[in-house]
Every structure is written in C-alpha cells, then in structure tokens.
Design a protein around this ligand. Structure first.
Ligand SMILES: [Zn+2]
Length: 176
C-alpha cells in the first residue's frame, strides 16, 4: 500500500480544526458525541484523512463506551499499533497505516462477547462511513412490505398513494 505523506500545514488545510486535533494531534472526541457511536448502517469505514478502508460495519459492536467499537480492523495491515504511555498507563494507540493519522486505541481482555475479545475504540471523527451500495435508510413507521401487499396496483401508484389514479388505472383495464 502506498503511504500518504503530507506536511502538517497540508493536513491543516485539508482537515477541519476538530478533525486535525484528533487525527494529527492524537486527540479524543468527547464520549457519545461522535456521529457513528450508535450507527448500524451497513458499509465500510474509511480513514477521514486519506480514505483507506479501516473497519467494516459487520465487525462493529455495541460496547456502550461512547465511541464506535469494532472487534477487529478490516485487515491487519490497514492499521499501525503504537505503545502509548500518556495518561500514566500503557495503552495501544491505533493509527492509519497509510497516512499515520490517529484513530483511537485498542483494548483487549475486557470480556465483551466478541470473537477476538478486543475493543477497537475509534473516534467517529477519524472515520467516514461509506454505506453499502444501494442502501437507503428506512424512516420510522415505513415498512418495506407495504407496496407488495396491494395487488393490482402499479408500484408507482402504490408509492404515491394516489387512490384515484389507481382506480382509474383499474377501470381502464376493465374497459378493454
Ligand atoms: Zn489514513
């Protein structure tokens, strides 16, 4: 994989101040504040700084820790691990292998019911979710089965809810 190398001045130009603070200065966003903490949308999470594929929705789990949590990265060489001795404890920092940007930390042996017993605790602001192709978010109260339960109506009529239009379509068919 080709490494992405930019000067800090270039990163500052590309990223918002909040993104820069986490990605380039190893900051941490406030818990429960990130946009992907509870997201269950199917897709791929890419590095906000360089676009590299880092995590997948299928390996995201509910850790209730306030940050998006995954039990493993998309691939072992997508990330780089660094021993972090800040805050008076030894933690393992996770960085993007491709551009060196800070993503979060990985913790092990916490007892979460996941295959790896690992929690990759990643800042939302370090990621960009790319939803799976053809996916749309279904609004509350909307069910995908509604249109299929209306025999005789065209799909377009059922979706628009145009009862009159549907009836004249039906009568038009009868007259023939
Ligand atoms: Zn990156």
């Amino acid at each position: 994989m080709d490494k992405v190398q930019r000067t800090e001045a270039q990163w500052r130009e590309m990223l918002t101040p909040d993104e820069y603070q986490v990605l380039r200065e190893a900051g941490t966003e406030a818990p429960w504040a990130g946009e992907y903490t509870n997201t269950k949308v199917e897709g791929v999470y890419r590095c906000r700084a360089c676009g590299a594929e880092l995590f997948r929705s299928g390996e995201k789990f509910e850790s209730h820790c306030g940050w998006p949590s995954f039990y493993q990265p998309a691939s072992g060489d997508a990330v780089e691990l660094i021993e972090d001795r800040s805050l008076g404890a030894v933690r393992t920092e996770v960085r993007c292998e491709r551009c060196g940007s800070h993503l979060g930390h990985v913790f092990e042996g916490e007892g979460y019911p996941v295959p790896t017993d690992q929690r990759w605790c990643i800042n939302s602001i370090s990621l960009t979710l790319e939803p799976a192709a053809g996916l749309r978010v279904i609004r509350a109260g909307e069910t995908s089965g509604d249109t299929a339960q209306t025999p005789g109506m065209t799909r377009a009529a059922a979706i628009s809810g145009a009862q009159v239009g549907a009836r004249s379509l039906w009568m038009g068919t009868r007259r023939r």
